[in-house]
Design a protein around this ligand. Structure first.
Ligand code: 5GP
Ligand code: MN
Length: 346
């Protein structure tokens, strides 16, 4: 990981002192384990240091993250709009975590945009938009949680990282690296994990709380999707799964049930570009994953109003599922060169 700019750390330190303990932390819309783990981990550290911290999330998150410390104090904008907006607009320091574009603040976008007090973005997505006063952007970092942990140490707040905060940070790193499968080539990531383990966390328990907490319906849904709703395109090294509203209903779908489905086709020999389309009430959500050079954030940005990382990205479109699937199929030939060029010797 690159060195974090000490000048920005010093400015943030001074903001923290001046904020008089009135701090709001905002993760991205539909928070994943990294967004909510880094937000609650940082909140815990700052609370332990005596600050009054409020995490305000644009939307709710899957309940397999509800065990993270501070979960019950999170204000969710989609359920408590006024309270959420008021918290953001009246804070003395705004910390945005794990997103690189205002649109990723969901319906909190206007409140974040109009906030004129001290603010900082801590994030690991490429090409961040400058919507905060300070920016700690490290796209080479495995996860925002790892980056936040390093920032906490540079701020001199290490003594306030207790076991609960360490569990939250570990959850962020674990989920954003597919349980230490990708984005972990920097030895520092494992040094960070080692420091978190020193704080007494039970990594097996954390893994189990996140990954072994699904319903039987969800397992059956996964089987059904793989059997009935997956298309494989060997000539493009691509595979795609689609999830209709009808199928969601059939298997009593709840948010989080399709988490990690998009990774499954990557285990097919020769497939290094995987897509999941999920039909929603008024849009289709797209998730993309790749192995190697094929940049799914570019694919998402060019065709699905989205973005993200080179190997993990997403987007959304307002077209019907059928039109969306047709679009995807029609795009593959245009990307054939790039898809074929990706050279994987494993
Ligand atoms: P997921 O497929 O898990 O929803 O998202 C994977 C990654 O893609 C996220 O960490 C985020 O960086 C990015 N991403 C997902 N959805 C969107 C979207 O709608 N817009 C943008 N810009 N990025 C997204
Ligand atoms: Mn992340």
């Amino acid at each position: 990981m690159k060195v974090i700019d000490t000048e920005i750390i010093n400015k943030l330190k001074s903001h923290l002192l001046k904020a008089d303990g009135q701090i709001v932390i905002v993760p991205h819309v539909n928070p994943d384990g990294d967004a909510i783990g880094s937000a609650l981990g940082l909140a815990r550290v700052l609370k332990n240091s005596g600050a009054n911290v409020q995490v305000v999330s644009p939307t709710n998150y899957p309940n397999f993250y509800n065990w993270i410390v501070g979960n019950e104090d999170v204000i969710v904008h989609s359920s408590h709009k006024k309270k959420a907006k008021s918290a953001v607009e009246n804070t003395k320091l705004l910390i945005c975590l794990d997103f690189n574009h205002l649109s990723r603040a969901g319906d909190l976008k206007e409140s974040v945009e109009s906030y004129k007090g001290p603010s900082v973005l801590i994030d690991h997505h490429p090409n961040p938009q400058a919507f905060t006063e300070l920016m700690i952007s490290h796209p080479e970092c495995s996860s925002t949680a790892e980056l936040v942990f390093q920032v906490v140490k540079l701020l001199g707040l290490q003594q306030f990282v207790d076991k609960d905060a360490a569990e939250a940070f570990f959850c962020g790193i674990m989920t954003d690296t597919g349980s230490f499968d990708y984005n972990v080539s920097d030895p520092q990531t494992f040094q960070t994990i080692s420091e978190l383990l020193e704080l007494g966390i039970n990594q097996e328990a954390i893994h189990s709380r996140v990954y072994d907490n699904y319903s039987a319906d969800r397992m059956r849904l996964m089987g059904y999707c793989l059997s009935e709703c997956m298309e494989v395109y060997p000539e493009y090294h691509a595979a795609m799964i689609y999830l209709t509203k009808e199928v969601q209903k059939k298997f009593n779908f709840v948010p989080g049930d399709s988490e990690s489905f998009v990774n499954l086709p990557l285990s097919i020999k020769g497939v290094h570009f995987s897509t999941l389309f999920t039909e929603k009430d008024d849009q289709v959500k797209a998730s993309f994953r790749s192995k190697g050079e094929f940049a799914v954030n570019e694919f998402a940005g060019e065709n699905f109003n989205g973005g993200g990382h080179r190997n993990a990205a997403g987007g959304e479109v307002k077209t019907s599922l059928k039109e969306t699937l047709d679009l995807y199929r029609s795009l593959l030939p245009a990307y054939q060169d790039k898809l074929v060029k990706t050279n994987l010797d494993y």
